[in-house]
Design a protein around this ligand. Structure first.
Ligand code: NCD
Ligand code: ZN
Length: 359
């Protein structure tokens, strides 16, 4: 042994620049701290509206978009696609104008389902007119698919939502484009796979890679707590199968959801995993685990654009097979008591690919 590591040439994988169909960018200093990580990998991302207060109108979305663009690193070529947060007060008559103003779609949060969802919808019937107006205007409905009924176990909330709420909604609005965001269960996948045309789902990297054992066995790992919650191994296998099946209904959406370390490591920690800095690498690992790296490009760079009738991105990104260390914490702006930190997924460990441009 010379002590010198052999040079790892490794494989490379070049993809058309991908899209992130589901992303939390936050606001203010946190936004400035995280947006570069996504812009380094993705050409576009659908930006979730669950700020405090939520992004409710086209004017809110335009103002938020301007803050995102202002926070981008110099020379970043990144397009934020803006969404509105549906409430029971959303005006059906505002939908056509929102579309004309460049709004991408609307997000449905059942009230109380997740982070900053208290302004969400309590009774779906109360937004039926808005949904009809969205279908008319060509705005897709992006859904956090979980019931909030106290009687329903947290691990069953997606499956119950699919049966009680999603299936009837999809039938009631036959021309509405509907996306079941961050699908996490075998039931959710089966519904989307056999639903009518115009129904799709996004899949996170972390739900493809880990199940609830990773969060709960040998100690509780708060940074793996996200919503919808990680489910069983069988659910994860169904998600992997769907993601790598080649079906255009299944597309990449990270649900990267950064929270300051202290708010995760707490008596009542927030939901959300911060995957953006290593997103493509994690998806590559998931696809490789089932020998389907050949299907990563369509999942990451074609299905979203095709489903929503957008042009596919120009340009490429290259993954180089190489072990890369993930920092144990990253800056997240300044709090009242000093600098804040966010812990990325795989913190203190490594990923097996490096993302590179121009290779
Ligand atoms: C998201 C967040 O923190 O905004 N959290 C999460 O666990 N995914 C909200 C969400 O998408 O549910
Ligand atoms: Zn989310």
């Amino acid at each position: 042994m010379t002590g010198k590591m052999p040079e790892r040439t490794g494989r490379t994988l070049t993809l058309r620049r991908p899209d992130d169909a589901h992303l939390h960018l936050r606001d203010g200093e946190a936004l400035a701290a995280v947006v570069g990580a996504t812009a380094a990998q993705f050409a576009r991302a659908v930006v979730m509206p669950n700020l405090r207060p939520p992004v409710r109108t086209a004017a809110d979305a335009q103002a938020y978009r301007a803050r995102i663009v202002a926070a981008l690193p110099a020379a970043a070529a990144f397009e934020p696609l803006m969404t509105l947060y549906l409430t029971e007060q959303t005006d059906p008559n505002a939908m056509a104008a929102a579309k004309a103003a460049g709004v991408f779609g609307c997000k449905l949060y059942p009230a109380g389902a997740t982070t900053n969802s208290d302004a969400g919808v309590r009774e779906i019937a109360r937004v039926d007119e808005v949904l009809a107006a969205m279908a008319e205007a060509g705005l897709p409905l992006l859904i956090h698919g979980e019931v909030t009924d106290e009687e329903v176990d947290v691990f069953d909330r997606e499956a119950v939502f699919v049966e009680r709420t999603l299936a009837p909604l999809v039938a009631r609005h036959p021309r509405l484009r509907v996306v079941l965001e961050h699908v996490t269960s075998a039931t959710g996948v089966a519904f989307v796979a056999s639903a009518r045309e115009g129904v799709a789902a996004t899949l996170t990297a972390h739900h493809l890679l880990i199940d609830r054992n990773a969060m709960l066995v040998g100690g509780i790992r708060p940074h793996l707590y996200c919503l919808p919650i990680l489910k069983t191994r069988a659910d994860r296998e169904a998600l992997l199968q769907a993601a790598t099946s080649g079906s255009p209904r299944f597309m990449l959406g990270t649900d990267s959801a950064p929270h300051e370390v202290g708010r995760k490591e707490s008596e009542c920690g927030c939901a959300g995993s911060y995957t953006a800095p290593v997103a493509l690498q994690l998806y590559a690992e998931a696809f490789e685990s089932v020998g389907r790296l050949d299907r990563l490009e369509a999942f990451a760079s074609a299905h979203f654009a095709d489903f929503h009738g957008l042009p596919r991105n120009e340009g490429t990104v290259t993954l180089v097979e190489e072990e890369v260390a993930v920092p144990s914490a990253l800056p997240f702006g300044d709090g009242a008591d000093g600098p804040l930190r966010v812990r990325p997924f795989r913190a203190g460990e490594s990923v097996r690919w490096r993302v590179s441009y121009g290779v």
